[in-house]
Design a protein around this ligand. Structure first.
Ligand SMILES: *Cc1c(COP(=O)(O)O)cnc(C)c1O
Length: 791
């Protein structure tokens, strides 16, 4: 900003502050000051926002349909992307306002569970920054993902009404409201538009989130008749649809309300596209051309109901023949798969679908009939057709619907896309190989480096002599020229120490635990899941604890083990893993024999805002999922970009991280997908338990009374799963015991190697220098070039 712009910003800010509050400056609260800053920034970007919209009006656009957008806070990120972060901070300071205290006023917009939702948010940032016309469509949940409190070591869930004090980043657009019709209910879908500011390029894209409302606020006739409850019942029933985000991660909800949510936002979005199309091309309207202007990316199975909905709108409301509508849909939809876990691939019962939209069910039946006919023509038998069926046993198989209609099916990392072809969707790959492709996930370097790690950002800019790397992350490669420069390596080491001290301070304030910022910061932060194997990490900590107890002078670099993550409220075992982490933390942290050398921390309420403090401070990135189970991961990329070394299996994007930065600069361990496939039928965890003393010792400690679960049977459940067959399945479904020894050895190796400061720092630099590939700018350009064909 030049002087003039700065003065104008300050003037606007004071004006907004006064207009909003009517107070004297001295009397304004932090909330007032935060609100006024939002309003000023919204004013500042308004012209660019309208300009971006106008320019894209008659262009081919991509639409990202996602049930989740895990945005986090917007203030700091918007200022970074506008290129005025430091200036606004200074400017506020000049008028006596501490930027950080008003920044902390903002609640996370936590409209997602984990990686899938955060990916959607990173994609929006990158598309705007790359000047791509991408519109995001989603749900404006009134309650974001629950807030997690840890009480006596247990997870307790609390509501997250993030908009109770207003929402400074949305514009309600009543004129674009839509009617969504369910079998027995109609609601109004009201769009709230959020600006997505591109990085220093004048582009502002739109994220449109739909909120469900009744037609009438309440029924006056009933109210006057003293039927107070009935009078608001309809209002509540409508508002229920977008009231909560389902906190299930990788588990289908199997609930009527969940399917209603999906249909709600997909129907509103499809209607929006069709209506806008008719408005923008009024004279020469040809629906055959619809696919020339629209491509819809379906983020996982949740928005797949948009497919029958588009056909419904074209056929029922615009007089198009089914066959033609089918053809249009075949050119419009592309599908991204995010998981190979069967429990997450959505299948809905016919009854439920009937309850939500009888007409969509009818259309799905028609599509299934067409599929069967096609396959019969190709000479397939009934048995051969079975795995392709969209409708079977009175259930609708959403993935099959998307693969059949969609023109593109992508996985989210090389290894994952390969597993889709070899296993999960192998039948489809046999007949439609041309649809299958890979788009390795990415992260936005603006939020995950420029904003959250300004020290490292300045270091990089200084060393590269330019800051053009911020939206051209491959330039980081230029840092390799410092790999043997000891002074630079020490500088990098010192930046990490600074970030660790900042985190230690934050942990002391928020968790009440003092940690040694000179110790190794070994961090595992992600949703709590058996396949992610937080319990492998915990078992190993118990092993170390026992070793240190036996031999207090053991050669060991002090380590702080940090966990964070939420468990789905109904996921018993995951909640047991949280209790176990906290219980081991309690025992270890209170044991004076060891607590100078090791500490265990479970940070409360892991979310984007906490993540921004954790990633920059990590030495070790724990990515220890069972090989073949983590589709990609994106946390692994945030760690790498901030100079942490990966301790990981050959799974998801870890494979590509090792390839880019060199396996020798990271810590790989554990069985590969192929090795696990080979032993799958013969694996007996009990053998590992009985033959390996270390394993026996730590597994037994789960039930010995050393760690207490307050009679919840949480630990017995974990113990049983590890060594006993259950429900006809063998024990240890996720091969913890198989990988334990390899994990133990690799941990020991890194613990020793950490002491060679220069060598460690060199590995960090090597990782940072090769993180360019994991920018979501690269990912989004891949989508635009290969799938969307937009530029
Ligand atoms: C990046 C991120 C995730 C995804 O982490 P994974 O380790 O890839 O599962 C989840 N939650 C938050 C808040 C994140 O920032």
């Amino acid at each position: 900003m030049d002087k003039l712009a700065k003065d104008k910003f300050a003037e606007q800010y004071m004006e907004n502050l006064q207009r909003i509050t009517l107070k004297r400056f001295e009397d304004t609260s932090n909330k007032d000051r935060y609100d006024a800053l939002c309003a000023t920034i919204m004013g500042l970007i308004n012209k660019d926002w309208r300009g971006t919209k106008a320019k894209a009006r008659k262009e081919r656009k991509a639409y990202y349909l996602s049930a989740e957008f895990l945005i986090g806070r917007s203030l700091g990120n918007n200022l970074i992307n506008l290129g005025i972060y430091e200036e606004v901070k200074d400017l506020l300071s000049e008028i006596g306002i501490d930027f950080e205290s008003i920044e902390d006023y903002e609640d996370d917009a936590a409209l997602g569970n984990g990686g899938l939702g955060r990916l959607a948010a990173c994609f929006m940032d990158s598309a705007a920054s790359q000047n791509l016309s991408l519109v995001g469509y989603g749900v404006r949940y009134r309650e974001g993902i629950f807030k997690q409190e840890i009480e006596k070591g247990f997870q307790v869930e609390h509501g997250d009404s993030w908009i109770k004090d207003g929402d400074g980043w949305s514009i309600r657009v009543d004129s674009d409201a839509k009617i969504v019709k369910f079998r027995d209910q109609q609601v109004k879908a009201v769009p709230y538009d959020m600006p997505v500011v591109g990085f220093e390029n004048g582009v502002v894209n739109t994220l449109r989130l739909w909120q469900s409302e009744p037609f009438e606020e309440f029924d006056f006739a009933k109210f006057n008749n003293f039927e107070y409850d009935d009078a608001v019942a309809e209002k509540n029933r409508a508002e229920d649809i977008t009231r909560v985000l389902y906190p299930n991660d990788m588990q289908k909800a199997g609930k009527l309300l969940r399917l209603k949510q999906q249909y709600f936002f997909c129907s509103a979005s499809i209607q929006d596209m069709v209506e806008t199309y008719k408005r923008d091309f009024p004279t020469d309207l040809k629906f055959e051309e619809f696919a020339r202007y629209h491509v819809i990316q379906l983020n996982d199975t949740h928005p797949i109901i948009a497919i029958p909905e588009l056909i419904r709108v074209l056929v029922d409301e615009n007089g198009i023949f089914f066959e033609d509508a089918f053809k249009i849909a075949s050119k419009v939809f592309a599908f991204t798969n995010h998981t190979v876990l069967q429990e997450a691939l959505e299948r809905w019962s016919e009854d439920l679908m009937q309850e939500v939209s009888p007409r969509c069910l009818e259309i799905i039946e028609q599509i299934d009939k067409k599929l069967v006919e096609e396959l019969k023509e190709r000479g397939f038998s009934e048995a051969q057709i079975a795995p392709y069926r969209i409708m079977a046993n009175n259930t609708v198989h959403m993935a099959n619907l998307a693969i059949y209609i969609g023109f593109s099916v992508n996985g989210v990392a090389e290894i994952h896309s390969q597993i889709l072809k070899d296993d999960t969707f192998k039948e489809w790959y046999r007949i439609s190989s041309e649809k299958f492709n890979n788009k390795t996930n990415g992260i936005t370097p603006r939020r995950w480096l420029v904003y959250s790690n300004r020290e490292l950002t300045n270091f990089i800019t200084e060393k590269l002599g330019t800051d053009t790397w911020k939206n051209n992350l491959d330039q980081l490669k230029g840092l390799e020229k410092y790999l043997d420069d000891e002074k630079v390596l020490e500088e990098l080491w010192d930046i990490k120490q600074t970030k660790k001290k900042q985190l230690a301070k934050y942990i002391l304030e928020n968790e009440g635990i003092k940690v040694d910022s000179k110790s190794i910061f070994d961090i595992q932060i992600k949703r709590i899941h058996e396949y992610k194997r937080q319990h492998l990490n915990i078992l190993h900590i118990i092993y170390l604890y026992h070793q240190l107890k036996k031999n207090p002078d053991m050669d060991f670099t002090p380590t702080t083990f940090i966990f964070g993550g939420k468990a789905a409220p109904g996921y018993f075992r995951a909640k047991g893993m949280i209790k176990l982490a906290n219980e081991v933390a309690r025992v270890v942290n209170n044991d004076p024999d060891v607590n100078k050398k090791m500490k265990v921390i479970f940070v409360e309420n892991y979310r984007v805002t906490y993540a921004e403090k954790l990633f920059p401070a990590a030495d070790v990135s724990e990515q220890i999922s069972t090989a073949g189970k983590e589709a990609s991961g994106t946390g692994n990329m945030k760690f790498m970009l901030n100079g942490a070394l990966t301790l990981g299996t050959l799974d998801g994007a870890n494979v590509e991280i090792f390839a880019e930065a060199g396996e020798e600069n990271n810590y790989r361990f554990g069985a590969t997908v192929e090795e696990l496939a080979e032993i799958a039928d013969s694996y007996n965890p009990f053998e590992y338990y009985s033959k390996d003393e270390n394993i026996k010792d730590v597994v037994d400690s789960l039930v010995s009374g050393e760690f207490k679960d307050n009679d919840t049977y949480y630990f017995l459940d974990i113990y049983n799963e590890l060594i006993k067959p259950q429900n006809g399945e063998r024990g240890d479904q996720y091969y913890l015991l198989k990988d334990f020894e390899s994990y133990r050895q690799t941990q020991a190796k890194l613990n020793k190697e950490y002491r060679n400061k220069l060598e460690w720092s060199r590995k960090c630099l090597k990782n940072i220098a090769n993180a360019g590939f994991f920018s979501s700018d690269r990912t989004i350009v891949n989508y635009a070039d290969d799938i969307w064909k937009i530029d």
